[in-house]
Structure formats: C-alpha cells, structure tokens
Design a protein around this ligand. Structure first.
Ligand SMILES: Nc1ncnc2c1ncn2[C@@H]1O[C@H](COP(=O)(O)OP(=O)(O)OP(=O)(O)O)[C@@H](O)[C@H]1O
Length: 624
C-alpha cells in the first residue's frame, strides 16, 4: 500500500519547485508559468463558487477585466485626477481600489443574479459577462477595442517587476496565498456553511445558515480572485484591451476548473496548468498540420469537455491524488476545549410548541386542515397517519420551511408563523429530514459541526487567516460530544456518505443536537434502522426527554412509537382524527379504519404498509 504524504509536504515540494524554476527555465517558460498563475487565481475563485458551492458562473473573465481596467485607468491617470489624488497612481493603491470596486460591483451583481436558480443562474452570469465586455470596448479614453499601452510595472520593495522573471514571484506568491487561504476557509465554520450550500437551502437554513449571505460572500470572494488576477495581468503585459475579458475566456476558466477538479483547491492549479500548456501547444501544432491559421484549439477543447463530462466529472485531480495519496488534514480534537454556552431551557411542562388551526392548501388540495397540537417540555409526541395524511406538510409549517395558508404557530411564546427556518432554528428548534440531507463527502464530525453553526461567530476573514482556531476547537469538541452521545464515536472521522442509512439518520439527530435545541422535530427517525439501532435510538430519546427536551416525531414504525412516546396525534386527509395516550390510540376505531381504509393504495412497501401498521396499533406488538 502506498504511504500517504501530508498536504504540508506537497505544498513544500510545490513551493520548492517554484523557487528553482526561474533558475532552470528560459523566458518562454516563465511567461507560460505566469499565465498559468494568473489563470489559477481566477480558477481558485471558481473552485469556491462552482466546485464547492455549486453556483456556476461563466462571467469571471469580466471581473478580471474590472481589475485590469481599474488598475490601468488609475496608474495611467486616465481620469485626470487632481494632484492631491496622485497617490491613486501607485500600482499597489490602484490594485486595492480595484479590489474594493470589484467587491462593491460583485455585491450588486450577486444580489440580483444569485436570486436565480437552476440554469437561470449561469444564463444570468453570461448576460452580465457579455455586457461588461462590451462596456470595456466602449471606453474610448482607454483606447476602445484597440486598447492602451504603456501601463507602468508594479514594484516590490523598490524593485520594479518589469520582466516576466521578476513578476513571476509576485504572481505565484498570490496563488500560494490563495490556495492556503482557501484551504483555511473551507476548514472552518464559514467554510462548512459554504460547503453545505450544495446540500440544498432547506437543510442549510434549518441549521441556521444564512444561505443568501453565504452565496454573496463566495460570489464576492471569487470576483476578488479574478480582479487580483486582472490587476497583476496589466502590470505584467503593460497593455490592456477588452479581448481577454470576453465570454470565451469565461468559458475557458470554467473548463480549467472542471478539468482540474472543480471541488479541489489544488485542482485549480492543475486545470490552469493543463489548459494553458495545451492551448499554447495546440496553437502551434494545429495550424501547421492543417496548413492554415485559426483558433482550432477551441474545437479540441470542446471535444475534450464532452469526453470529460462523460468520463470524469470530478476532473483529473482525484486520479493524481490516487497516484500520490495525500493525507487529509486531520482535525485535532481538543475535548477539553471550553464548552459552548447553552441556551436557557424551558421549565418542566412549559408549553414549547403551540400549533393553532393551521391550514395549508395546495391549490384545491387541503394538505393540513385546521390542525391543532401542543407539546410541553420533557414530552415525546408522535404524529402518525397513513401515507399522504399531511404529516410532513405540518412539519414544514412548524419548522418554517413553508408558510401556512392560515393559522398560528407559536414556539416558546413567539409567533413564528412563516418566519423562516433559520429564524426558528435560532430560537431552539432543530430537525431531521425524512429523506436524509447530509454532506456525503464531509466527515461525520464536520456534518455534525454544521449543526453547531449558530453557536459560533467568527467570519470569513478570521477563517482565512486562521484566527478562528479557539472557537473552532470549541465547535468541533461540541460536535464530537454529540456524536459520542448518539453512539457514532467510532465513525467520527469517516465520510458521512459511507455510513448505512440507519447511521445517517442517527447522524442527523446528532447534527440537530449540536444546535442546542429545546424542541427536536424528527421525521421518520427509525426508518431503515436495525432492531438494535432502534433500541439505542429509543434509549437516546428517553434520555433527552428526561433532560427536558420536547420531541415531535413523525414515524411509521408503530412498535417504536407505542413503546416510546407519551402522546399521539393521528392525522388523516390533512385533519386530526384522534389524539391521546398510546393505549387510547390503540383502541380508537377511527384510527384503525383510517389505516385499514387505505390499505389498497399503499403498495408493497412494508415499512409504510397500512395493514401491518393497523395491526401494530391495535395489538401493540413489539416484535419486528
Ligand atoms: N408542495 C406541494 N404541492 C402540492 N401538493 C403537495 C405538496 N406537498 C405535499 N402535497 C400533498 O399534500 C398531501 C400531504 O402530503 P404529506 O407529504 O404531508 O403527507 P405525509 O403524511 O407526510 O405522507 P408520508 O407519510 O408518505 O410522508 C399529499 O397529497 C401531497 O401530495
């Protein structure tokens, strides 16, 4: 078996190669390396935006143009600014101004574009990508389509970086800093929130993550990477025109990200390297073979993209990582870290949730009809009913995923009707999902730490600079405690996707517990669990109840329900048909009829089949 090397060793080897490169390579290769570095900067932003968060953008080249044009305009004093503002002609100050303007512009564009979802989002990025390209071409004071030359070089410690060999160090310093900063960000509270975006808004918001904010943050960060690349580019070329900032280049950057491995930070460097070198080579070889000039490399790239998307959507980085296995960064757990502060729990028997006359209509269908229920602290209430009775719909009204057509939901005395799941989560309600919503490529520990998101404060900058380590240790220690509590300690560092369905359900409970809730909503927690796992789950829920937690669960497993819960509410066709103690429900004729009455409709699925459930309700059979 190959021995894995640490990611630090990989970084050290890479930096060493970068240091010796100028002593070994000629000027052609230095130019090539600079182009790779400049592309890698843009692609790093795309890895964050597209690979990690799943937001596709074709418009990054336009932000490269913004950086380039602002740096050029200020250093050339195109705006004829008064002498008092001559400081803006300094390339470094101009670069900072370019970053600032880019951040504001990206914020404004992102606020509009990121409201789009599905394929409308990439279409939106194409729209502003094209517009900005044409705006650059209309800037007559900067030479219009012809462009402008004579842009000064940038200096470092008094040395003008006026050759490819000199500016090379600065470009690659920026790339290495970008790689390190991005790795730090992804390994933090904010990074987990960004990674959770791919798991869908519903889960992330239910864990208290402000998904709109996270989307804007990464959009701005990606634009800043592109803008930095543009500023360095004009000081290297000392010339600017619109052609490198068009849609074609936006597609090239996306291709680099996909080829390298869009969800891997090092994939950005790999993808940029491969495409820049391949482009250079094809531009020389293809016209010679075909006997005429033209951009034939574009055809090759198009074909390559189709093959790549069919054969290896994760790009090339995973293959390389298999050849040279890199040890994943291990989380050093400090279980002695100061525990996170806890919220005030409700008093025993205090009404935690009060649902009053909640109705939800979907067109003509009344999914919830005047539903009422209450839960007190230290109580386990089951919501049962045949398939399609409206249980999940009611869960969604309570947890803020959906808004009732009419009625009131009160949580701990607050009217939370239609308030949104993030707001409600902040008040102490947490949930699991009927269809498990986990990040399969994140460890169990990281998944549970997402649940503790609201209990931390450190932001993006602190994460990038690794100033969040104290808080991070507390969050991870809390996640580890909850994992131990639910019995998944041995799986703590495994990928969530490798767990059995039953374990994944338990993991969702640990994630919910990490938010320090006083009401747990569990949607079919026993589905897919083995007998032993069900017993362990029931023991855990009893323990939580004894600690004063209120628990509302939707469950089809009647043995599990009858043995565990304090009270049961039964729904059928959106309406409450019974409420009472388990033994009362077992003898309720309307309930038995509701289950038996639909037995023809429910198919073969034993877990939800009505007849066995009716038998289980009536008999209270404990076998499985
Ligand atoms: N977004 C929606 N639009 C239209 N109809 C919906 C929507 N969500 C749910 N419904 C309908 O509302 C009814 C109740 O569905 P719901 O999923 O709440 O039932 P359930 O009791 O949770 O069922 P199950 O036990 O199978 O999960 C069903 O007829 C369903 O088709």
């Amino acid at each position: 078996m190959k021995k894995a090397i640490s990611s630090r060793a990989v970084l050290a080897i890479f930096v060493l190669l970068l240091i010796v490169a100028p002593f070994l390579l000629g000027s052609f290769y230095m130019t090539l390396l600079n182009n790779i570095g400049l592309s890698a900067l843009v692609v790093l932003g795309l890895v964050l935006l597209t690979g990690v968060a799943g937001l596709t953008s074709f418009g990054q080249a336009a932000f490269v143009g913004v950086g380039a044009y602002i740096s050029a305009a200020l250093t050339m004093n195109v705006l004829a600014l008064p002498p008092e503002l001559s400081v803006l002609q300094s390339p470094w100050i101009a670069l900072c101004v370019a970053l600032l303007v880019t951040a504001v512009l990206a914020f404004l564009l992102g606020s509009v574009t990121l409201k789009l979802s599905g394929h409308y989002l990439p279409l939106g990025t194409i729209a502003w990508g094209i517009s900005m390209y044409y705006i650059f071409g209309t800037l007559e004071s900067m030479g219009g389509q012809t462009g402008m030359s004579g842009i000064p070089s940038i200096s470092l410690f008094g040395v003008a970086l006026n050759s490819d060999r000199l500016i090379y160090g600065l470009i690659w310093l920026a790339v290495i800093a970008g790689v390190a900063g991005l790795n730090n960000l992804l390994d933090s509270r904010e990074g987990r929130a960004i990674r959770a975006l791919k798991g869908g808004m519903v889960m992330a918001e239910a864990m208290g993550i402000n998904t709109a904010r996270s989307r804007i943050v990464i959009f701005v960060l990606a634009a800043l990477f592109a803008s930095l690349s543009g500023s360095l580019y004009v000081h290297m070329q000392r010339f600017v025109n619109p052609s490198p900032f068009g849609l074609g280049f936006g597609i090239d950057y996306l291709f680099m990200a996909v080829l390298g491995g869009a969800s891997h930070v090092w994939g950005a460097v790999l993808g940029s390297g491969l495409i820049v070198v391949l482009k250079e080579w094809l531009q020389g070889v293809l016209p010679a073979i075909l006997g005429r000039s033209g951009n034939f490399e574009t055809i090759v790239f198009g074909l390559l993209m189709v093959v790549l998307l069919q054969r290896s959507r994760d790009g090339i980085w995973p293959y390389l990582a298999r050849l040279v296995p890199v040890r994943a960064r291990q989380h050093k757990l400090n279980l002695q870290a100061e525990p996170l502060p806890r919220r005030d729990m409700p008093n025993p028997n205090e009404v935690v949730l009060d649902v009053r006359d909640v109705t939800r209509k979907f067109g003509g269908l009344v999914a919830n009809n005047q539903m009422n229920l209450k839960i007190v602290a230290g109580e386990v209430l089951a919501l049962i009913g045949p398939n399609g009775a409206g249980k999940s719909t009611l869960f969604n009204q309570i947890s803020g995923v959906d808004t009732p057509t009419s009625g009131l939901v009160q949580f701990r005395g607050h009217d939370v009707t239609g308030k949104g799941s993030r707001h409600i989560a902040g008040l102490g309600m947490s949930r699991s999902f009927q269809h498990v919503r986990l990040m399969g490529r994140m460890t169990v520990l990281e998944n549970v730490a997402i649940g503790a998101h609201m209990r931390g404060k450190r932001g993006v900058l602190a994460s990038v600079l690794r100033l969040d380590r104290q808080e991070e240790a507390r969050l991870l220690a809390e996640a580890a405690r909850q994992i131990e509590r639910v019995g998944l300690k041995d799986q703590m560092l495994e990928m969530a996707g490798s767990l059995s369905l039953g374990q994944q359900r338990i993991l969702e409970i640990a994630r919910a517990l990490a938010s320090d809730p006083c009401l747990l909503l569990l949607d079919e927690p026993a589905a897919g669990l083995r007998l032993g796992e069900k017993k362990a789950l029931a023991d855990l829920l009893r323990k939580l109840r004894a600690e004063g937690m209120a628990i509302l669960l939707v469950e089809h497993d009647m043995d599990f329900v009858m043995e565990l819960v304090d009270r049961i509410v039964v729904m059928d066709f959106g309406t409450k048909i019974a409420e009472g103690l388990p033994e009362e429900i077992q003898n309720n004729q309307a309930v038995l009829e509701a289950y038996l009455g639909v037995s023809d409709d429910v198919g073969e699925d034993q877990s939800t089949s009505a007849e066995p459930q009716a038998a289980a309700i009536a008999g209270g059979s404990h076998g499985q």
